[in-house]
Design a protein around this ligand. Structure first.
Ligand code: AMP
Length: 599
């Protein structure tokens, strides 16, 4: 869903404080040079030098004013400058780069002119869709999304037919460049979208390789939600005197998200999850779990409790993923259980609640997880499940979001019952006070009520109570089971100071050594890979690289332990030789994995 006019108005009002550069941005809306239709309100997009066709498209899409990042980026990008933008999704950053790029495309070019790199296929598809939507007034323009997991040959055919804008994931773009099916000699602009995500997923070497192949004269635009040192280095090396824009909404965005955490034993998570879903009402829920096995376990348990649930993990084929995201967007399914990798870049406005069923791998993963809610100006809630042992990592997360994560208790019977009664009252109120139902069925029901009332001489309140009881159904309205375990669940003693190792979101050494002594699960084998902390590798890099580059599915990746110069990764037993060979050569953080079975 689009940013509402009110959101954008509010954003506009704040733009002077939020936009670190570009004093002119705040005034830009008052300069109207293009009149589209004398009867219509003048568009806030006039004055940037956009074509009439584009301004018309934006008006038709209902965009009235540029968002702060757009107002700041348009003038720079229309001049062809390089740009570094620090902004998250939900700020309108796609249009911030897409509109000027589209406007600067040359007609009748024979080679691709703009390339956008995105970390995931979902984001690549979304960005390509945005480009297509914005180019409605330029039907001659061709936009193509290329990403792993979809048919290579059809991409080659499309590229041969002629494409102006290519949006792709780094691995697949690199493949096409290497085999000569993507000609980059005519590129005028390159965009790195969600650069920090690409770094996290281990794509940074590929991105650098791509940047090294590009024409000398080209515009480079880099967008990133966070600015880790690797991204700054990249920007210094490849961007020329870039304009810098920071939309400091991160903290404000985070503040719009109420963050709480529940300390509990692992064995109580499922029961606690069911209780949270009952007591905390949220439109659209995403539950994050670490492994595919857990996503399945959780979804089965929720289904058994009567919830409608969808799953998104590395096993779900591409076409089904798209359908799942669409169902979530439309509200035909309300709960999604997902792994981090599968849900990267997921952009659905109606997510009101994010539940971190498992602790995220690191603080950046947490920031991205909770960023799935509170989108497009809405508020959202995030609840984190932590075991007593993991409590000491909570302050890493708090530092990353600059906000306290409030402690929360597992909802008690009384809270659940209150919530059930509240929901029932709301449904009853809506049904009784809404537009009177005039359907034939409603008339029949009315007659039925009158007849039963007359036959048994019942007063209306008795009749209404009987009807409500029927509507509630057979199950008990109120929960009354044992709840003594709730008090004990988070009791294990912990000391928050224990785990503070001060290394940006990385988990403490004690936990790593505890894990190292645990053998792999039955169906898994432990492998050693030759990258470690010295290479600044994080679990997300290994998961991303192994899952995305070798054909191994995310679900196959088990426990990961990182040490100074090597790491252990648990992978399924009986790995085929060709997968093993491809993993041996796979580079993560610029170093070959050289995978070998751990002794
Ligand atoms: P993004 O940050 O690119 O993911 O955009 C977030 C949402 O805002 C998308 O659904 C866009 O269609 C919408 N959007 C972007 N710019 C504007 C604008 N100026 N006015 C209204 N909606 C917008």
């Amino acid at each position: 869903m689009d940013l509402s006019a009110a959101d954008l108005k509010a954003a506009e009002a704040k733009s002077t404080e939020e936009t670190a550069t570009h004093g002119e941005a705040a005034e830009s809306n008052e300069v109207f040079t293009t009149v589209i239709d004398a009867k219509e309100e003048p568009s806030g997009f006039a004055g940037f030098g956009f074509s009439e066709a584009l301004v018309k498209t934006l008006t038709e899409k209902g965009y009235k004013e540029p968002s702060p990042i757009q107002a700041a980026a348009f003038p720079e990008l229309m001049l062809g400058r390089d740009l570094v933008g620090q902004a998250q999704t939900g700020t309108g950053k796609t249009a911030a780069f897409a509109l000027p790029l589209l406007e600067r495309l040359q007609k009748d070019a024979t080679k691709p002119q703009a390339l956008v790199l995105a970390p995931t296929r979902e984001l690549a598809m979304q960005v390509a869709e945005s480009f297509k939507a914005y180019s409605a007034g330029h039907p001659h323009l061709n936009v193509l999304a290329i990403y792993g997991g979809s048919d290579f040959r059809s991409q080659i055919h499309a590229l041969k037919r002629g494409v102006d804008v290519v949006v792709g994931t780094p691995g697949r773009v690199m493949d096409h460049m290497r085999q000569g099916t993507l000609d980059t000699t005519g590129l005028r602009s390159l965009v790195l979208d969600e650069a920090d995500e690409m770094l996290r997923m281990g794509f940074i070497d590929d991105v650098e390789w791509i940047l090294d192949q590009l024409p000398e004269e080209r515009q480079v635009v880099l967008f990133s939600a966070t600015m880790p040192s690797e991204i700054r280095r990249l920007s210094k090396r490849y961007l020329r005197e870039p304009a810098e824009i920071t939309i400091k909404t991160k903290e404000k965005e985070a503040r719009r998200i109420r963050q709480r955490c529940i300390t509990l034993q692992n064995s109580h998570k499922l029961e606690a999850l069911n209780r949270v879903l009952e007591a905390v009402t949220g439109e659209g829920v995403i539950i994050f779990a670490r492994t595919k096995a857990i996503t399945l376990n959780v979804s089965e348990s929720l289904e058994a409790a009567g919830h409608d649930v969808a799953v998104l993990n590395g096993d779900v084929p591409q076409n089904q993923r798209e359908r799942t995201v669409e169902r979530l967007r439309k509200g035909t399914v309300n709960i999604l259980v997902a792994t981090d990798v599968a849900a990267r870049g997921l952009d659905v406005d109606r997510i009101g609640l994010v539940i971190n069923y498992d602790m995220p791998f690191d603080s950046e993963a947490y920031v991205h997880r909770i960023g799935r809610t509170g989108r497009a100006g809405r508020s959202g809630e995030a609840i984190l499940f932590v075991t007593p042992r993991e409590r000491r990592f909570v302050n890493n997360l708090e530092r990353a979001v600059g906000q306290e994560i409030e402690p929360m208790a597992i909802p008690s019977n009384a809270e659940i019952n209150q919530s059930r009664l509240d929901k029932l009252r709301q449904r009853l109120t809506d049904a009784a006070t809404g537009e009177p139902n005039q359907s034939d069925e409603a008339v029949l029901l009315q007659e039925l009520l009158q007849r039963v009332g007359q036959e048994h001489d019942l007063d209306p309140s008795r009749l209404a109570l009987a009807a409500l009881t029927l509507a509630v159904g057979d199950g008990p309205l109120l929960v009354q089971g044992d709840e003594s375990w709730i008090q004990n669940s988070g009791r294990q003693r912990f000391d928050r100071r224990d785990g503070r190792d001060g290394r940006d979101g990385r988990f403490g050494d004690r936990r790593r050594s505890e894990r190292a002594s645990r053998p792999p699960e039955d169906n898994m084998q432990r492998y050693r890979v030759e990258v470690g902390h010295r290479d600044r590798v994080k679990p997300g890099n290994l998961v991303g690289a192994i899952a995305n580059e070798s054909g191994l599915q995310g679900r196959m990746i088990g426990r990961i332990q990182i040490f100074e110069s090597h790491s252990f990764v648990d992978l399924p037993k009986g790995m085929p030789q060709d997968v093993f060979s491809s993993l041996q050569r796979l580079k993560v953080m610029n170093r070959e994995l050289q995978i070998s079975p751990a002794s």
